[in-house]
Design a protein around this ligand. Structure first.
Ligand SMILES: Nc1ncnc2c1ncn2[C@@H]1O[C@H](COP(=O)(O)OP(=O)(O)OP(=O)(O)O)[C@@H](O)[C@H]1O
Ligand SMILES: [Mg+2]
Length: 339
């Protein structure tokens, strides 16, 4: 048997959540135990810690596995469209509703509905969602009839939902409805033993079996890094390192860890003041103004996220927009996976 932990396989088959630390093994054990019940599950964990992957593993290990898994980012849907997105609409229910459409509940029938970023649900939608979950019935916008739906609800958030309840931002009744079983995903820095194994798996996924290895010193540096963006940050670091590396092994300097640390430590009083990554002067005409504006917007969004260590609320504050607007813009610019 190889002794390098990077080559160890997860003991439990069929899991996408990799890792051999006690913390992640315990998560897999819990998933195996709770997958079969239909009780709602609430997954907590920092950004990039694997909440969606855990939800998919839960679905895969449940009796619903042959039915759909529908993931909904509750923070990315414009409020005006929410009801019709969740419950569907009849033809003519509103301007532009040219044909009847089913919503997320209908799409997830007999399967799993994954409510990601659940803390971002606006109050009016919280009420409607609670009702649908309790009654197990939904009514399309503009429709008369209620239809039965059979879905298992898994929710996730990287915010403290209990705190959101205390602040009056999240309904207590919905909170209790969703938190029947809780699953907590550990941050990557709480399970540093897994970094080597994950790095190996990610490099193989990105570059195949002949992927370059991490030089011992590069691995050491990774193991000492704090990973505020967790496994997703590790993926981003390695993807960039693969693009930058020139040798057969990835070296510490290919990881650009200092640049990340510096971005996180810039003076918060002048959040976006240094202009890095921005055009120094207006570009020559003719140009495509929409494409240029998209570029500027993307660059600022990415910088705000990096600077806030991928804390979206702080990034939104740096940019002077609401969290909902930030999510909407990230989605529109296909940057929602950035962290
Ligand atoms: N234990 C793990 N094993 C393998 N890959 C992982 C693990 N945890 C996370 N990942 C990978 O890291 C990335 C982020 O995971 P995921 O999207 O599940 O995180 P998340 O907690 O939902 O993040 P966010 O809060 O930003 O939505 C994905 O590409 C996922 O495949
Ligand atoms: Mg997620």
């Amino acid at each position: 048997m190889p002794t390098d932990p990077a080559f160890a396989l997860p003991t439990e088959p069929g899991f996408r959540l990799l890792g051999e630390s006690a913390a992640i093994r315990s998560v897999r054990d819990q998933i195996a135990r709770i997958a079969c019940s239909d009780a709602p599950i609430a997954i907590h964990g920092e950004s990039g810690s694997g909440k969606e992957l855990a939800a998919r593993d839960l679905h895969q290990h449940s009796r619903r596995a042959v039915h759909p898994f529908i993931a909904v980012n509750c923070g990315a849907i414009p409020e005006a469209l929410m009801e019709s997105e969740f419950f569907g609409h009849r033809r003519g229910a509103f301007t532009g509703a040219y044909e009847e459409r089913g919503g997320f509940f209908e799409a997830a029938h007999r399967g799993t509905l994954f409510l990601d970023e659940v803390a971002e649900l606006p109050p009016a939608m919280q009420v409607k969602l609670l009702r649908a979950i309790q009654e197990r019935r939904v009514r399309k916008l503009g429709g008369q009839r209620e239809e039965a739906v059979d879905v298992r609800i898994i929710s996730a958030t990287n915010r403290d939902l209990a705190e959101a309840v205390r602040c009056g931002e999240f309904r207590q009744d919905l909170y209790y409805r969703l938190q029947v079983i809780e699953l907590r995903l550990p941050a990557l820095r709480e399970r540093r033993d897994d970094i080597a194994l994950l790095a190996r798996a990610i490099l193989t996924r990105l570059a195949g079996e002949s992927a370059p290895q991490l030089a011992p010193e590069a691995l050491q540096r990774l193991c000492a890094h704090d990973f505020p963006g967790n496994v997703r940050e590790l993926e981003n670091i390695l993807e960039r390192a693969l693009a930058l590396a020139t040798g057969a092994e990835l070296q510490p300097e290919d990881l650009l860890l200092e640049a990340i640390a510096a971005a996180g430590q810039r003076d918060p009083a002048s959040p976006l003041a240094d202009g890095e990554g921005m055009p120094a002067r207006p570009p020559a005409l003719p140009l495509s103004l929409p494409a240029h504006l998209r570029e500027i917007e993307s660059a600022l969004l990415v910088r705000a996220l990096r600077q806030s260590r991928f804390n979206r609320s702080r990034a939104a504050a740096l940019l002077g927009i609401s969290l909902r607007q930030l999510r909407y813009r990230l989605q529109r610019l296909a940057l929602h996976d950035i962290d």
